[in-house]
Design a protein around this ligand. Structure first.
Ligand code: PGA
Length: 258
């Protein structure tokens, strides 16, 4: 794992955007795995800027989003369909038919989940997966005790996640209880993964994911098993890492490595 600590959310977002741009320059028809939430907003803003000012091209890109709330229509302002459209897709030149987001309103979730996994495979797998992390250590909506081999499926949200996400809704009661989410096993098949985290509220989860045991109690810890994962975090989110000095030493010395 590579651990990059930046002083601000802006710097964190710019490093992540450079990784995305590098992926698209090397493979213009790359498949991106995308996340929602407050964490990747700066990344999406930077990608939009790069598209407008530096001609970063999304015309051949395919995207798969991690998750969606069950029961929210695409037009609901808190749906992840709406979030992605407003914060990224409407500002870039990605063809509509190349965008995949789990459906929160299908009448057959089991069939939809199988189809979603199949589409990822048919598109050649995810080249670069973007992740956030929940304060309970989840990736996507893989809540504590999710199988580390899990695939796309319906998940019941943890109370802590409902509390965390209540800030986006008028009342706590409006937060959906179920979500459709890629599994940990699905995520681990991505060729490259970057996990973003900012703020002190994420420090415990980040430390547990990077330095704790691999455990389904912190599903982000499964990334320790992945061959090419980068954690890009701001300094407050890195606050509980016991080996922080070492990670910064590695970053300082890496340019001269043989
Ligand atoms: P956040 O959510 O970016 O809004 O903090 C992250 C997550 O729950 O994965």
């Amino acid at each position: 794992m590579e651990i990059i600590v930046k002083e601000t959310v802006e710097e964190m977002s710019k490093v992540a955007a450079r990784v995305v741009a590098h992926t698209l320059n090397a493979k213009p028809n790359a498949v991106l795995g995308l996340a929602t939430g407050s964490t990747p907003l700066g990344l999406y803003q930077e990608l939009v800027r790069m598209h407008k000012e530096e001609n970063l091209d999304f015309s051949q890109v395919t995207t798969f989003n991690l998750d969606e709330y069950v029961g929210l229509t695409q037009k609901h302002p808190q749906s992840y369909h709406y979030f992605m459209h407003e914060n990224l897709f409407k500002h870039i030149n990605i063809p509509k038919q190349n965008i995949y987001i789990p459906s929160g309103t299908t009448d057959n979730y089991a069939a939809f989940c199988n189809w979603y996994e199949q589409r990822i495979r048919e598109c050649g797998g995810v080249d670069l997966q973007i992740l956030g992390i929940g304060s309970d250590g989840h990736i996507a909506f893989n809540e504590p005790t999710s199988s580390l081999g899990s695939r796309t499926r319906i998940k019941t949200l943890a109370r802590q996640t409902i509390e965390d996400n209540a800030r986006f809704f008028d009342t706590r009661e409006q937060v959906p209880i179920y979500a459709i989410t890629m599994g940990v096993g699905t995520i681990l098949e991505a060729h490259k993964i970057i996990l973003l985290a900012n703020g002190e509220k994420k420090a415990d989860a980040v430390a547990a994911a990077i330095e704790g045991p691999v455990t389904s109690m912190i599903t982000a810890s499964a990334l320790q098993l992945h061959k090419d994962t980068m954690f890009i975090v701001d300094r407050p989110a890195a606050g509980k890492l016991t080996m922080l000095d070492y990670y910064e030493w590695i970053q300082a010395k890496m340019p001269n490595a043989p």
